[in-house]
Design a protein around this ligand. Structure first.
Ligand code: PLP
Length: 411
């Protein structure tokens, strides 16, 4: 039996331990907050830290209307979880949440406990040929596809043939489409390290060769697209066949759980299959009633134009940030910025400078990204004060300059 075809956990641990230990020593992890309203962390040590690393791009995580929705979910059902498989008996609140998601996003939706669980539920099924007329497709992963997708590779490879291609490598993908009758491409809509999938090109391959497109929209939904429909669905005029989209409801959407968009609105034909084969996800794990109530409330904010307005606020913050700090991909319109530093020790030192000044940033490093290309991942929020962004930029520029003077960084 061949081992380590897709991962080598022990080696990964050895490589990343030093960096985690270093981050721990400098107080960059294990921060405990009494509360984190509006992206402000009030920690146990009495510090007030502005979170420049929050996935809640629109600030919906502490929106009082969503919190009220969570209360409603609990109050109306008088339970936190329905402890029976949803296949057998389910709460009407679960139905309501899924119907609302289907209407808001213009695509038939089923919920699961997280985006990672959505990957777990769908990728092996896709590999089995269930979505491609019974023919197991050649499954092609983008090299930068999210961890939760990559983690499914052993299960996918047990069903069908699998290859990994370079990031956004349309030419390689087209060659595979020419050679194989059934191909499925696995990608993030928006990548957590920046940039997006080349949608126009991918749709061309879909139209030309019948390519099946599978997108992880964890970062895209709510944050981008008309009515918050996301990077992929936001550009659709109706549903596109041979598409499946998974997303997190824990990030920009401001609620809880994950969702699978699997067909045109109103068409539930695939739902039983999606649920029946996904084993543990259908036992007792699902979005709890507070989360379901929050989903309905967040759908209201998507439908009534609130999310469109917050997107405008966010874009203004991103533009301001881009005018102050130079980063790769600065024109991509996304709220995720990566400050490339290179050395891991310097990355930790800069993050420590930022934290001392009251700003939390995430140092990222192998295995999240390539070895030797460490840096700070920053996420902007619609509710950041412009002056806070200016202070942040000044502090970052000064810290980078200080480390450059110490010759830890190239000029
Ligand atoms: C955060 C993230 C996930 C995981 O989402 P969960 O809901 O936490 O499981 C999946 N994909 C991408 C691209 C992400 O950034």
């Amino acid at each position: 039996m061949v081992i380590h075809q897709f991962a080598n956990i022990r080696r990964q641990l050895q490589l990343s331990n030093t960096f985690w230990d270093d981050s721990t020593t400098h107080g960059l992890v294990d921060i405990v907050a009494a509360d984190m309203r509006d992206g402000i962390v009030n920690d146990r040590a009495g510090r007030t830290i502005v979170n420049f690393s929050s996935y809640s791009y629109l600030g919906l995580d502490s929106d009082p209307r969503i919190i009220a929705g969570a209360h409603r979910g609990l109050d109306e059902t008088a339970t936190i979880n329905s402890s029976i498989s949803r296949m057998r008996i389910r709460l009407s609140l679960l139905e309501e949440a899924e119907q609302r998601l289907s209407l808001t996003f213009g695509a038939q939706a089923v919920t699961v406990s997280s985006c990672a669980a959505a990957a777990w539920a769908t990728l092996p099924l896709l590999a089995s040929g269930e979505f491609t007329d019974g023919h197991p497709p050649l499954v092609v992963f983008d090299k930068n596809a999210h961890f939760c997708l990559n983690a499914m590779k052993p299960l996918v490879a047990d069903e069908t043939e699998l290859v990994t291609i370079d990031h956004n490598d349309i030419e390689a993908l087209e060659q595979l489409c020419r050679k194989h009758s059934h191909v499925a491409y696995i990608a993030d809509g928006v990548y957590s390290t920046g940039g997006g999938a080349p949608l126009d090109e991918l749709h061309r391959l879909q139209d030309q060769y019948g390519l099946f497109l599978y997108f992880d929209e964890a970062h895209g939904i709510s944050t981008l697209g008309r009515r918050g429909r996301g990077y992929v669905l936001g550009g659709y005029d109706g549903w596109r066949d041979r598409t499946l989209i998974i997303a997190s409801l824990n990030k920009g959407f401001g609620a809880s759980g994950g969702v699978i968009f699997f067909g045109p609105p109103g068409d539930d034909s695939r739902k039983p299959t999606l649920l029946r084969t996904s084993g543990p996800l259908m036992w007792s794990q699902r979005i709890n009633t507070a989360g379901l109530g929050a989903i309905v409330a967040s759908c209201d904010l998507h439908d009534d134009g609130t999310v469109d307005r917050l997107q405008i606020d966010l874009r203004e913050r991103v533009r301001l940030f881009n005018s102050l700090v130079d980063t790769d991909l600065a024109g991509d319109g996304l709220p995720i910025r990566f400050v490339d530093i290179g050395r891991e020790d310097t990355t930790v030192a800069v993050a420590k400078d930022m934290l001392d000044a009251g700003f939390y940033t995430s140092p990222v490093f192998f295995p999240i990204i390539r070895r030797g290309s460490a840096g700070l991942r920053l996420m902007l929020r619609a509710d950041l004060e412009p002056n806070t962004i200016r202070r942040f930029a000044d502090t970052l520029t000064a810290s980078l300059a200080a480390h450059r003077d110490r010759e830890e960084l190239p000029a």
